[in-house]
Structure formats: structure tokens, C-alpha cells
Write a protein that binds this ligand. Structure first.
Ligand SMILES: [Zn+2]
Length: 380
């Protein structure tokens, strides 16, 4: 099982230059090898494989001052984006061709297995030096990769760790379906509803305002740059708060349930939507599912993702379709007479889709998660 640890690092001026340079070299390699793939395809009608390119990157003509593993990882990344592209093509979609990366779009590089060493206060990076790190948690397990990421003006190191999991899977006895809503409302099939933390909505409003302010500034002017940094800081704040919230929520859910079912957001998001607040929520829920997954795995419990198709439209009692618009908050079945909050009905459908029956459906006492004062129990 994989687990990751993230720490902030504090490079000095010189090291920061070296980090920036490494990013530049990686981005250059990424774009060059992307161009190679494109040319090979357009001119010779043949594809280049990741293996071929891995071989080539070893013999770059210029001295890059970048650790060999880091360069190879760039090729692997490029390979992954092509794999994803082809997979989606096969699936009948029309995805965009992998794109060249601009300076602002390339923010991380990764050491795979070697080239780095951490000892509590210092992170030694090959070709870069000993960078100050604040390691606020002990790392357990064997470190597989070290990813260095630029986030605005800050830098972070993330270690991916392989840990042996000796926990025996439990025999599941308690089941729950979880519906995550557009308005960042979370509903459990037991009737528990959690409202989004207030800061979400506040941050969203602020983000909108700051983005509007940005659009009035002259591009690349000093004021514009300052505004960009301001927005980055805001994004980071939202991300951190969201992580915190998701960690607490997933802990409670995993402690209380053995079998946890979510909608598969990858399927749900095939319909593209570029709305700002929606993209924040999507990232947030993806993150929640990820965290819940690993906590469940640690405890020998289960997380399953199901097809989200029509979960809000079907009746969780009789299975018949009851059409409703987004504005209709109550599910009123004209076939069997069930009346239930719309989202609770959806959450039960999500659960049923995984377990196939109506275990733990309506009539169960809401859990009333203790972590959130804003929690409301609506199945009274
Ligand atoms: Zn019904």
C-alpha cells in the first residue's frame, strides 16, 4: 500500500535557482520529447514508445546537471499522459492531444528511488544540495519516490512510501453510501448530512472577486504579478483547509463503517464543466475519496466506487424512475409512495448499487458525525 508524506522545504537563494533550473530542464525535456512523438506520428505515421524515449533521454547531447532518474521520470510522465489520451480515445471520447507545457504549468519533478536522502532537518538532493526541511512527522515504511513541488513562492517535498499492510480484511457488517453534492453538501445513506464548512463558501466568493480584479490588471505588470501571487496564496489556503476537513471526515466514516461506497467521479465528470467552483469541488471530492480509501485499507475495510448514472432519479425503494429537476429537493415516488430528501435517496441508491440489496437503507438512525458543528440530521 502507498502512503504519502508532505513537508515544506526551505531552499536558500542558490538552491532555489538550482530548483528552478531543474524545473526548466525537465520542462524542456518534456516539450522536446512530446514534439518527437508528434513528429514521428505526423511525418512517419508511427508512434514512439516510452521505452524508446527512456533510452534516448540517457544520451541527451547537453550536460543538464539534472539527476538521471529525474529525467527518466519526465519521460514516464509524458508516457502517462499519452496512455491516458489513447485510453480515452479508445473509450470513444475526443480528448485533447497532450499539450506543450508553459513555464507556469510545470511545477514538479520527481526522484525515483535514488538521488535523495532525508535526515530530519536536511533533505539532500542530488545536483542541488542540502535543503532545510521541517519534518513534522516520522516517515514509516520504505520511501519510494521524492517529489519536489513549487507552489507559488513555496516549495514542498512529498515522499511516497510503500508500507506493508498486515491488517486482515474485516467481515463487513456496516455499510454506507455517500453522495457528494455540487454545492459541496455531503449526504450519507444513514441520513446524516454535512454542510460544507463555511470557509469554503467564503473562499469561493473571495476567489471570484480576486479573479475579477486580476482581469482588470495589465498582463505581466507588477500589479498583475502581485495579484496572481495573492490568488495562489488563496488557492493554497483552500487546499489546506479542505485537506484538513477531508482527513477528519474520512476518519469518522472509516471508524464507523466497514463498507463505504462513493460514486465514481471519473465517470461523472465525463461531462465537462469549466465552472470555477465546480472544479474546486471536484478536486475536493476526489481528494476525499483518495484519503478514505487509504484509511479504509489501513483498517482492513473497503471502499467501492459505483457508476453514478441516474442515482438521483431512481427511487431507492422500488427502483422506478422519478424524474426531478435540480431544484426539487424532495424525492416523492409516485409508484410506491416513498418520500425522502433527494440527496438521501441518492446516497441509498449509491449504496444499493454496490451491495445489491437494501441493507442499511432508510429507517436507520443517523450517525451524526461529531466533527462538524454544522452537521444537520435531517431524517428526523
Ligand atoms: Zn418508489
Amino acid at each position: 500500500m502507498r502512503k504519502s508524506y508532505k513537508f515544506r522545504i526551505y531552499p536558500n537563494k542558490e538552491q532555489e535557482v538550482a530548483l528552478e533550473k531543474t524545473l526548466d530542464v525537465c520542462r524542456y525535456i518534456y516539450n522536446e520529447f512530446l514534439a518527437d512523438r508528434k513528429n514521428a506520428y505526423e511525418r512517419c505515421n508511427r508512434g514512439l514508445s516510452t521505452m524508446e524515449q527512456l533510452y534516448q533521454v540517457r544520451y541527451l547531447e547537453f550536460d543538464t546537471d539534472v539527476h538521471s532518474q529525474v529525467k527518466q521520470d519526465v519521460i514516464r510522465r509524458l508516457g502517462n499522459s499519452f496512455d491516458a489520451f489513447f485510453r480515452r480515445c479508445m473509450g470513444g471520447e475526443t480528448p485533447g492531444y497532450p499539450r506543450f507545457k508553459g513555464k507556469k504549468r510545470y511545477n514538479s519533478f520527481c526522484y525515483v528511488q535514488s538521488g535523495f536522502k532525508i535526515d530530519g532537518k536536511k533533505l539532500r538532493l542530488s545536483k542541488i544540495g542540502d535543503i532545510k526541511i521541517i519534518q513534522h512527522r516520522e516517515i514509516e515504511g520504505k520511501i519510494k519516490t521524492c517529489t519536489i513541488r513549487r507552489d507559488g513562492k513555496q516549495w514542498y517535498a512529498t515522499f511516497s512510501v510503500e508500507i506493508e499492510n498486515n491488517v486482515m480484511p474485516v467481515e463487513p457488517e456496516t455499510f454506507v453510501g455517500i453522495d457528494v453534492g455540487l454545492k459541496s453538501l455531503i449526504t450519507l445513506s444513514d441520513g446524516t448530512q454535512l454542510n460544507p464548512p463555511k470557509y469554503y463558501r467564503e473562499a469561493e466568493r473571495r476567489l471570484k472577486r480576486e479573479n475579477r480584479a486580476l482581469s482588470h490588471k495589465k498582463k505581466f505588470s507588477n500589479n498583475w504579478k502581485k495579484q496572481v501571487e495573492k490568488i495562489n496564496v488563496l488557492y493554497r489556503k483552500i487546499r489546506n483547509q479542505r485537506n484538513d476537513f477531508n482527513h477528519k471526515l474520512s476518519r469518522e466514516v472509516v471508524d464507523n463503517y466497514d463498507y463505504i461506497v462513493f460514486e465514481d467521479l471519473n465517470v461523472k465528470n465525463m461531462v465537462k464543466n469549466h465552472h470555477l467552483s465546480k472544479s474546486i469541488h471536484d478536486a475536493s471530492w476526489g481528494n476525499l475519496i483518495q484519503i478514505t480509501k487509504y484509511k479504509a485499507e489501513e483498517a482492513g475495510k473497503f471502499v467501492e466506487l459505483v457508476n453514478p448514472y441516474n442515482t438521483s432519479q431512481l427511487c431507492s425503494n422500488c427502483g422506478k424512475k422519478v424524474k426531478k429537476s435540480l431544484a426539487m429537493r424532495t424525492h416523492e415516488c409516485t409508484h410506491c409512495g416513498l418520500i425522502l430528501d433527494r440527496d438521501i435517496n441518492a446516497a441509498i441508491n449509491i449504496l444499493n448499487r454496490a451491495v445489491g440489496t437494501t441493507v442499511g437503507a432508510c429507517g436507520v438512525e443517523p450517525l451524526g458525525l461529531s466533527m462538524n458543528q454544522e452537521a444537520t440530521k435531517s431524517l428526523a
